[in-house]
Ligand binder design. Sequence first.
Ligand SMILES: [Zn+2]
Length: 309
Amino acid sequence: MAKTKQETRRSTQIIIAISIAIICLLLSGISIYFYLSLKGLNEEIIKHKEDLNIINETLNEKQTNLDSLIQTKEDLDNIESKIDEIKSIYFTNAVKAEELARSGQANFKVCYLTFDDGPYSKTTPGFLDVLEEYDVQATFFCLEKEGVDDIYKREKMNCHTIANHTASHAISYIYSNIDLFINDLLENRKFIEDLLGIKTDVMRFPGGSPQVSYSGLNSAAMVERLREIGYGYIDWTLTTGDGGGPTYLTPEQFMHNVTDYSSEFDVISVLMHDYSTNTLICLPDMIEELTAQGYIFLPLSYDAPIVRK
Ligand SMILES: [Zn+2]
């Protein structure tokens, strides 16, 4: 039986409705699929952004560390000039301190501890340990010696003054004429400058300045020659007696050779030798006693008033 027209139209409408429903379902499915995919992608992008932020923060941190390392390296490259700068300020203040002590305007006295004839590999490190322990700077009147480079360098690094005591200390030879003496002194200046980069400008005559005239040389002419080559010189106010005094003295007597007389001065230079174990033994007590007497300890410099020019 043939379908009526009405039935055919109805069937067509149903088919169209079903088709539309299927298409709608398909579109919804596709939309949901794309929505979920986009959501996942978005979450991934957010995560990558967070990772990127962490990487940026780490990079910034590393850059800051690098900048700081570069600055430290520059500081280290310039350490020698920085030390020289600080030393120069320190010596200027030391000179002012001596001037104040001399004028009676200070509530302290000034002591220059000086050690001659070194360095000695066996004994000098002990002296440097004591000075370091008491945070005291002194002056070392050095000779030209091989095999003790590390001690010269430690004296420099501990901010002691390195001064010139001639290369050889050979008294009968160097005092035979002024030229020989000056050459020996200049040889030691070159030795110290080559080793430490320090141009010494303070010296002490082996045996003291009277040794010049004892040896038959003209003292005034000698001092003039020293002036020409930029040296000042210094003798000493007091000594422990370790440079050839009686050998039976105890470390305590060595100390009293200094501390029994120091109270009558405002500025003193103390002569010692860094080969003397007696001096090494009494050094801590001497520093404490001189401190109790109101002394501060300074390293010598060319401009110090006690240095004769
Ligand atoms: Zn000497």
